[in-house]
Write a protein that binds this ligand. Structure first.
Ligand code: FE2
Length: 277
């Protein structure tokens, strides 16, 4: 199975990259399942129903969120009628929406997508390790589904790496989100789980983590409250990670994706027909 995870889409620039590139990538790479982190898609804070619909119409199969899940209040309502939009699993019980979704691909394969929040340098929440274990026990890889993707939305690399080793061999992909900076540690762990500490953001990298740089620079220098943070408006780099899995749902290939904008470009050349022998 061919999976693509796209990291945190930031504002209008990030949305434009998704709408422009995703249909083409889905067809060119014969993608079976596309997951997008959309928690910053609406002006940098949260997601609206129309943006969620646009992403699904562009080819996304599932949209994950994070600590900004409900910054747009309308998400509290529409998440209850959109099963392909999920919020972190370890929010308190009673939080609207679900933390996991079982997505069926066009070929009829089932992909379990889980979104969970880390706890290091983040708000206090339920234990993400135990929360994911409960999901995996209900829907184990190879028995109840053909692939499992965990979007671990967290600040600390150590927490993401420890989590990935705990579930290594039981999950197809663990990918980090939230820091908005892509890491260079994409790999297949010893027991077959693909891993990348952070997919990076889909936004303008001439910025401070996707936001127009003037306001955060001013805040760091003066320490005084100022105006609202606004997303940077230059061309976005679409960032993510591409994974191919085998019949057991474990990873056989992993590659970072960086397309457009300012960052050095990279893509999974093993899906480029010109590179096939
Ligand atoms: Fe976040």
């Amino acid at each position: 199975m061919r999976l693509l995870f796209i990291g945190d889409v930031i504002g209008r620039a990030g949305r434009a990259a998704i709408l422009q590139d995703l249909p083409r990538l889905k067809s060119a790479w014969s993608l079976d399942c596309i997951i997008i982190n959309g928690e910053n898609a609406a002006g940098g804070f949260g997601i609206t129903e129309s943006i969620c619909t646009d992403f699904l119409d562009a080819g996304a199969d599932c949209i994950t969120l994070g600590n900004h899940a409900f910054d747009q209040r309308e998400a509290l309502v529409f998440i209850t009628r959109q099963p392909r939009l999920i919020r972190p699993l370890n929010y308190p019980s009673g939080t609207p929406g679900g933390g996991a979704a079982l997505v069926e691909t066009q070929k009829g394969e089932r992909v379990l997508v889980i979104n969970v929040l880390g706890r290091i340098f983040m708000d206090a929440l339920d234990d993400p390790f135990a929360a994911v274990e409960r999901e995996l026990s209900v829907c184990p890889l190879g028995a109840a589904c053909d692939a499992i993707v965990v979007d671990f939305h967290a600040e600390a690399s150590s927490e993401k790496q420890a989590f990935a080793h705990v579930v290594d061999g039981r999950v197809s992909l663990v990918v980090g989100s939230h820091t908005h900076v892509p890491t260079a540690d994409h790999q297949i762990l010893p027991h077959g789980t693909a891993y990348m500490t952070d997919a990076g953001m889909t936004g303008d990298y001439d910025s401070v983590i996707g936001m127009d740089k003037a306001e955060p620079m001013r805040r760091f220098v003066t320490k005084l409250p100022g105006s609202r943070m606004e997303p940077a408006g230059g061309q976005a780099t679409l960032c993510g990670v591409a994974v191919e899995t085998d019949g057991q749902g474990l990873a056989t290939r992993v590659a970072p994706v960086r397309l457009g904008g300012r960052l050095a470009q990279t893509w999974p050349d093993f899906w480029d027909d010109r590179n096939r022998s």
